[in-house]
Every structure is written in C-alpha cells, then in structure tokens.
Design a protein around this ligand. Structure first.
Ligand code: GSH
Length: 197
C-alpha cells in the first residue's frame, strides 16, 4: 500500500479534519510538517500548491488542497462503504450543505476568533455575533439528529467538529447549546487517539 503525503501543521485547524478522518479510516500519511511562517517550508509548499495552503494532499501524484475537497476525495476513494459520504443524492446534498456552511462561513469565523483570542486582540461584537449565529445553526442541525447531516456520521461532522475545537480552545461558553455539547463529546469517540487540539 502506498503512502500519501500530507503537507500539514498540527496547529492548523483546517488540517485537523483531514487527520481525524484518516485516523477514523485507518489511513496512513507521510506527514510533511509545514510551517506557513517558515520561508523554506513555504517555498517547498508553493512548488506543490501555488495557493500555498495547508492541508495539501499528494496521493500517487494526484495533488489536492482545500480540506473539504480532501475529505470528499478520501471518503470516496478509501472508505469501505458510502456512509461517511452517502451516494444517495438527497442525503449527499445535505452533507454538501453542511460542508459549504462550514467552508463559506463557520470555519473562517471560528478560526479568526481563535487567532484574535491567542493574540490577545479584542474580538468585535459583530464578530462574536457571527460566531453565535454559526453555533445556533449547528444547534439547529442537531435538533432531531445525532449528527450534523442526519442519522449517520459523515465527513461534515469532521469539519464542523474542528470549528468547535477552535471555540473550545478559546473557552467559548456552550452551556446554552445542549445538542452541540452532546455531539461534541460524542465526536471524540469517533476519532482514535484524539489529542487535545
Ligand atoms: N479553506 C482552506 C483553508 C486553508 C488555510 O487557509 N490554511 C492556512 C493555515 S491554518 C494556510 O495555509 N495559510 C497560508 C496561506 O494562505 O498562505 C481549507 O479548508 O483547506
């Protein structure tokens, strides 16, 4: 079995869903630790991915970046069945809706909030309102469903879980969101060797 290269950094939230999904699927990566702040690493990354973002996957010459595209690729190519990325058109469309919600809004909102927190920069009320709106939307996804896209664990759970890890790291208060709390705790059971992020 060949190994895939993953350009990544442990402290990069967008890398984590990919690492967690790989663990869940039992896949192995050759991890190429890449600090986007290190000029030498940056040059190496830029040769592979002109957009120079991590995560970047290289699977037998096939180069892919954007964590969402990587999650879909890994699930389609390496999952034993279609439960993580359902083939049913309607079920799949809900997974896409959740992924695009994270991609278009929630990942960036939570990532910027975490960065402000870590740098001791003030977070504006407007930004906090956006975080809250995102959290409320996920609480709503989980109203009658154990997972964000319905009855089964899907790749959307991995993405949105990591956005909540960012909030968890900044000690964001989730007590008003019981569905999110229940789901967040359960997600740990789907990821072998979940380390504090
Ligand atoms: N939407 C992208 C975000 C990737 C991203 O922005 N990663 C950051 C590190 S946390 C990065 O590589 N920044 C370097 C750059 O944009 O030059 C994804 O989900 O993969």
């Amino acid at each position: 079995i060949h190994t895939m290269d993953l350009y990544y950094h442990i402290r990069s939230p967008p890398c984590q869903p990919v690492v967690f999904l790989a663990r869940h699927l039992g896949l192995e990566f050759n991890h190429i630790v890449t600090s986007i702040y290190d000029p030498a690493d940056f040059e190496v990354l830029k040769k592979v991915n002109p957009q120079h973002t991590i995560p970047t996957l290289v699977d037998n010459g096939h180069i892919l970046w954007e964590s969402y595209a990587i999650l879909i690729y890994l699930a389609e190519k390496y999952a034993l069945d279609d439960s993580l990325y359902p083939k049913d058109v309607c079920e799949r469309s809900i997974v896409h809706q959740r992924l695009f919600f994270d991609s278009g809004m929630f990942q960036n909102t939570t990532l910027q909030a975490l960065l402000s927190h870590l740098r001791n920069n003030p977070i504006t009320d407007e930004h906090l309102a956006k975080v809250k709106r995102g959290v409320e939307i996920v609480e709503m996804y989980l109203t009658d469903s154990p997972y964000v896209a319905g009855q089964k664990l899907t790749i959307a759970d991995f993405s949105i879980f990591v956005s909540f890890c960012s909030l968890d790291m900044m000690k964001y208060d989730l007590t008003a969101y019981p569905n999110v709390q229940r789901w967040f705790a359960k997600m740990g059971t789907h990821i072998p060797d979940l380390e504090p992020t």
